[in-house]
Design a protein. Structure first.
Length: 79
């Protein structure tokens, strides 16, 4: 399995985790945070989360990260 395939699988798993309606909010937030590690490759997942997520908090978080990635701002939360 190629590196890009693994990355896409990881992005998809994190996206699905964020979209779980009955999931714990904290875990869903961390999934969105983790998507930022994939920079521009995570934009489609973040945009899908923005459209589908049931929580205003999660929607705003995904919107903020997507905006920052598009603007080229470092989204690494560990800095």
């Amino acid at each position: 399995m190629g590196e890009q395939s693994r990355e896409m699988i990881a992005i998809d798993v994190l996206k699905e985790r964020a979209l779980v309606m009955d999931g714990i909010l904290f875990e869903r937030q961390r999934a969105i945070d983790a998507l930022t590690l994939f920079h521009r490759n995570a934009l489609p997942a973040l945009e899908e989360i923005i459209k589908k997520v049931d929580s205003r908090i999660l929607k705003e978080r995904a919107m903020l990260y997507a905006q920052r990635i598009k603007e080229g701002i470092n989204t690494n939360i560990s800095l």
